[in-house]
Every structure is written in structure tokens, then in C-alpha cells.
Design a binder for this molecule. Structure first.
Ligand SMILES: [Zn+2]
Length: 366
């Protein structure tokens, strides 16, 4: 198996590879494969958008793993490759007898297909899983920065203006506060960065349905949500949201190494107070049943991803942009979220397969 057998150049191709591999595996070892088709959105070519789910192993086992790709749309090319690689390399046939695996492919299929990080409503799905029973979290400093962060044209001068505003903010509040403001989530500006939405997205509600249907009997759940953009180039970076110092956090450290999981600083800064993550949502859907795991990122451009996130938001607001300009800028974004560099892809695929196996081994001995 070569890396290009697992990575794809479009959402449609990634989906086709995932389904082909899942159905072939199902023929050999059994399992369930099903699709949750988006009710009203389509891919740019008019093709369907769907969240595809493949389940293997003992569906009645108390120990289940949940592996998700594409929460951040375009970041899904990498997580999808790991899922496809795991099936192609016989992962399902090696599962310990008292375990099961649920793979969710393309949780945000709109973003995946349209080469953007956010959903059909420009919602950052990984900020959308807040508990809607209470008031939305506030992001005080975002209010003061929002106007300055909105780029009007994609020019060096405009980027310099936004950079200068961020530098002034850093001068006053520090770089950790800036990172928290930019990344933690905000719920008031639909055109802004990391907008968590005013309602639950279709992908959010569908994930709850998937958890209810596939993890109804699970008592212990291993969780990985695959992302890209944080960490050293081509290396995994762990964001474990189990309670720091608690037994589940310790378990994640056992699976993947304490040095990798505990006390790590994204881009060398304090971890933002992220709100509404899929991690939090699945925890809530599972009720009092235990879940252990992490968001796992693969590093690309480090802190320079800020400019790419800005580009993503700007492109979302452009209608009538010269098609070649759009294509050129999109290629830059694609390379930022999933580098074309074959070595990056080989390394992250190998790493993702190993981390998947470690989670399954950990689950089996839990
Ligand atoms: Zn992400």
C-alpha cells in the first residue's frame, strides 16, 4: 500500500476510497457500513455529501473505539487517509475479540468537499458542540478584535494591517491571550473566525445519532478526532480533553506516552480554553459512560496557519472571484491543511496507523 492509495485529491475520491475499503473489509470480516446523506447540501460538482460510518469487530462489546475524520472539513484529507490505511492494512481483522471500532468519515462533508474548514453555515464544527441548555460562552477580547481581524482584500497591505492589530493586542495582553482569543471559539459573529454557531449543525445532530446507534452498549470508549495544523511539521500533536490529572487523562498518557500528551503547548503557547469541541459533544452523548482520547493534529505550517485561516474566511465571502485566482489561493490552503509533500503524507500516515493501533491496544487492556 502506497500513501497515494490512502490520500485523495477530492472529497468524492476520499469518500469512494473509504467506502470501497470498508465494503471490501466487510466482505472479509463482517461489519456495518452506512451513510448519512446531507438532506440539502451538495458537493461543488453536484455530487452528494454524506457522513459515512464503518463499524467492525464485536458490536456488542463494552469496549469501543470512535475515530473521526473531517470535523474541520479540509483537514479531513489526512484523517481519511489514516482510516483508509487502517482498513487496507487489515486493522479490522486484527481487532482483539472483545472490542469494536466505529469509523466516522467526513463529519463535516460540506467543508471537506468545498475545500474549507467550516460547515455550510460557516460554523466551526469543533466549536459547535457547546451545551445549548445554557448561555453561549463569551470571548471578551474577540469583541474588541473582530473588526480588525476581518480582512477586506487579499493583499499584502491588508494582511499587514491585520498583523499590526494582532501585534498591538499582543503588546497589551500577551501572546497567550491572543491565541486564546483567536482560537477558543466565539458565538456572536457569523462571519468571524472560530464561529461556533447559534444552533447545532446538521453534522452535530448526526454525530449524536451515530453515537446513539453504534455506541449504545459501549461502556468504555477510545476516541480520536484527526486534525491538522498544530505541531511540528509532519509530527503528531495531542490535545487530550480528559480532566487533567484524572484517571482518564493518565490512561491517554499510557496509550500515547506522557511526554506527548501531558503539558504540551500548541505553537509553544498556553492551550486555548476551547469551547464546544466534538470531544465534549461525544462525552455528553455518552452520559456517564467513560471516554478516553484526544484530538490528534499533524503539524503543517505552525503559527503561520493564522494567515491561512484568514484566507479561508475571506474566500468564503467572495462571489465572482476570478476562477484562476480562487484556484491558486485554494491550492495554498490545501497545501497548508494537507501538504502535497509526499514525505509529509507518508510520515503522517505511518504515524496515524501506529497511534490508532496504540489506542486499540489500550482499549483492549482497559
Ligand atoms: Zn482542526
Amino acid at each position: 500500500m502506497e500513501y497515494y492509495d490512502c490520500f485523495a485529491a477530492s472529497y468524492a475520491n476520499a469518500r469512494a476510497k473509504f467506502l470501497k475499503s470498508a465494503v471490501a473489509t466487510q466482505k472479509m470480516v463482517g461489519g456495518d457500513v452506512r451513510s448519512f446523506v446531507h438532506p440539502d447540501k451538495k458537493a461543488p460538482d453536484g455530487g452528494p455529501l454524506a457522513i459515512d460510518v464503518a463499524c467492525f469487530g464485536n458490536r456488542k462489546a463494552a469496549r469501543q473505539a470512535l475515530f473521526i475524520s473531517g470535523t474541520h472539513g479540509q483537514e479531513g484529507f489526512s484523517g481519511s487517509a489514516v482510516q483508509i490505511g487502517w482498513m487496507s492494512r487489515g486493522g479490522p481483522s486484527r481487532l482483539p475479540p472483545d472490542t469494536g471500532v466505529v469509523m466516522v468519515h467526513g463529519l463535516n462533508p460540506y467543508g471537506f468537499a468545498h475545500f474549507t474548514r467550516t460547515t455550510e453555515n460557516n460554523v466551526d464544527l469543533n466549536r459547535n458542540f457547546i451545551d445549548r441548555a445554557g448561555a453561549a460562552p463569551t470571548n471578551q477580547h474577540y469583541e474588541t478584535l473582530h473588526g480588525d481581524l476581518m480582512i477586506r482584500q487579499w493583499t499584502d497591505a491588508e494582511n499587514a494591517r491585520v498583523d499590526a492589530a494582532m501585534a498591538r493586542f499582543t503588546e497589551a495582553h500577551g501572546r497567550d491571550a491572543l491565541f486564546n482569543t483567536l482560537a477558543s471559539g466565539q458565538y456572536l459573529h457569523p462571519d468571524g473566525l472560530m464561529y461556533g454557531g447559534k444552533d447545532r449543525e446538521w453534522s452535530n445532530r448526526t454525530l449524536e445519532a451515530i453515537v446513539t446507534e453504534t455506541l449504545g452498549g459501549a461502556e468504555k470508549v477510545a476516541f480520536i478526532d484527526w486534525h491538522t495544523g498544530i505541531g511540528d511539521y509532519g509530527k503528531p500533536f495531542f490535545l487530550c480533553f480528559n480532566e487533567a490529572g484524572g484517571p482518564l487523562f493518565a490512561r491517554a498518557c499510557d496509550w500515547w506516552g506522557k511526554d506527548n500528551v501531558d503539558g504540551v503547548r500548541p505553537h509553544g503557547m498556553e492551550r486555548p480554553n476551547y469551547t464546544g469541541l466534538a470531544f465534549h459533544g461525544v462525552q455528553r452523548f455518552l452520559g456517564n459512560r467513560e471516554m478516553c482520547g484526544a484530538v490528534i493534529e499533524f503539524g503543517t505550517r505552525g503559527v503561520n496557519m493564522r494567515r491561512v485561516l484568514r484566507l479561508d474566511q475571506w474566500l468564503r465571502r467572495q462571489n465572482g472571484l476570478d476562477p484562476d485566482v480562487r484556484e491558486t489561493l485554494r491550492a495554498d490552503m490545501m497545501d497548508a491543511f494537507c501538504p502535497f509533500d509526499g514525505q509529509w503524507r507518508m510520515n503522517t500516515l505511518a504515524s496515524g496507523l501506529k497511534l490508532t493501533d496504540q489506542a486499540i491496544a489500550g482499549l483492549a487492556s482497559w
